[in-house]
Design a binder for this molecule. Structure first.
Ligand SMILES: Cc1cc2nc3c(=O)[nH]c(=O)nc-3n(C[C@H](O)[C@H](O)[C@H](O)COP(=O)(O)OP(=O)(O)OC[C@H]3O[C@@H](n4cnc5c(N)ncnc54)[C@H](O)[C@@H]3O)c2cc1C
Length: 411
């Protein structure tokens, strides 16, 4: 009957969103025996917009969970160095082979494979349930405390009651919007156009970023095709469309010359998705009964390709700090802020760098104004010194406060 709730579930922790933060937290809480329900609004994990980078910090977590061998059997490629191309100059900027970490590379793996893997491995935990096609529509609050969520499923509605709701529903988080938690917008002058082009014999080796005076394009090797990210000015999609597809294809060919023989694979603007970029942060990440982590707490730009790993680190820290108390039923509202205290510094450092790159590097490129294209001297120094290239790799790969799994394995 319309307007009635078909089913009510009671769990210890309800996780909103099955992205990297939500699936990792679900896995860890299920592993610790906390009765947990992950709700994901899509029917599967096949979302094209997701980044593909699994950094050494996440590989270390997979090792600590005893999952690494099976994980690395999934199809992936291993990047041991990052390069950027500025104009015609190609510069090596990060060398992962020299970092201090058990796995010294970035695994490039479609994120749906990573999330499916976690979902599959999590099935052995009786305490964990992952429900797909389940979209959280609102929070249930009782006397100022979040006590559950309302959910629309593919064929019905559901009410979930929980001791703790964790918002892991990304940068457009429904949970945080409904919570009234205050968001600090750090601004983003860019959006991204996202599309595929085929890979061909003789293509250059992995160079992630290609910067010209008026274009920035990132090409990600997905084994049999290139996933391309073309950076545009915030809200600039209408003017790109007004100039027409041919002009856009010419800009892509100009930004990454090796793609010029296949830009005709783009048949219409339907082949090109607009991904809105935002960088923001909650002032407080929790209120009674509710916690936000990952992009829901601090939306990340694609710059540096570290948002997934930061979201996973948040999940590990959350489980470390809260799992035992959640399971025992002794969690207090005052315990929740410990997650923000632990994870705010890494989020701030990375977001600060992303905002600096937006404003100093990308804003001039997308502004359309003439400006000289100069290779910054620190990049020249890095390119010329293999020993120094370990430090950007260490920072990108492991982050500033790497988390280790400390939550119990007692399903
Ligand atoms: C264009 C672009 C490219 C990027 N590339 C990279 C990259 O290569 N590497 C990298 O590390 N980072 C990248 N990032 C950043 C990265 O995507 C995020 O930081 C990361 O995905 C955050 O993970 P999360 O789990 O917090 O949120 P998300 O990955 O956004 O996951 C949120 C999940 O919640 C679900 N959901 C949303 N609303 C609801 C609801 N109401 N009910 C139920 N479920 C819901 C969504 O379907 C989704 O599955 C990129 C960002 C952008 C914008």
């Amino acid at each position: 009957m319309e307007g009635t709730v078909a089913e009510t579930l009671q769990v210890q922790c309800c996780i909103a969103g099955g992205g990297p933060a939500g699936m990792m937290l679900g896995y860890l809480l299920g592993r610790a025996g906390v009765k947990t329900l992950v709700l994901e609004k899509h029917a599967d994990f096949l979302r094209d917009f997701r980044g593909d980078t699994v950094h050494p910090s996440t590989l270390m977590i997979m090792q600590e969970l005893g999952l690494i061998e099976d994980f690395l059997r999934l199809p992936h490629s291993e990047i041991r160095a990052f390069s950027v191309q500025i104009g015609a100059t190609c510069l090596k900027v990060a060398d992962f082979a020299r970092i201090s970490a058990p796995y010294r590379f970035v695994a490039l793996m479609p994120q749906w494979d990573f999330l499916n893997f976690l979902a599959e491995k999590g099935r052995r935990f009786p305490a964990l349930q992952v429900k797909m096609s389940a979209q959280i529509t609102s929070l249930i609050e009782t006397e100022g405390r979040v006590t559950g969520v309302q959910v629309a499923t593919s064929d019905d509605s559901l009410e979930v009651r929980a001791n703790l709701v964790v918002g892991c529903d990304g940068r457009g988080s429904t949970v945080r919007a409904a919570s009234g938690l205050v968001v600090q917008d750090l601004g983003s002058p860019i959006d991204v156009l996202w599309f595929h082009l085929s890979k061909r014999a003789g293509d250059p080796e992995q160079v992630l970023g290609r910067l010209a005076a008026d274009t920035m394009i990132v090409t990600i090797d997905r084994t049999d095709y290139w996933q391309c990210a073309f950076v545009i000015g915030k809200g600039g999609i209408e003017s790109i469309q007004a100039k027409g597809l041919e002009a856009f294809k010419a800009a892509v060919a100009h930004g990454a010359r090796f793609l010029s023989d296949r830009v005709d694979e783009l048949k219409s603007f339907d082949d090109i998705k607009l991904l809105s970029v935002s960088v923001d942060r909650l002032m407080t990440w929790s209120k009674p009964g509710l916690l936000c982590i990952g992009d829901a707490a601090h939306a990340m730009s694609p710059v540096g390709g570290v948002g997934i790993n930061l979201a996973i680190q948040d999940a590990v820290a959350t489980a470390n700090l809260l799992a035992v108390k959640l399971k025992a039923g002794t969690l207090r509202d005052g315990d929740l802020d410990a997650v923000r205290e632990r994870r705010l510094f890494p989020a701030k450092v990375i977001q600060g760098l992303q905002v600096a790159v937006h404003n100093r590097v990308l804003k001039p490129v997308v502004s359309g104004a003439e400006h000289p294209l100069k290779v910054p001297w620190p990049l020249k120094v890095l390119d010329g010194n293999a020993w120094l290239r370990r430090w950007p790799a260490q920072f990108l790969g492991m982050g500033v406060r790497p988390e280790h799994v400390q939550s119990p394995d007692s399903p």
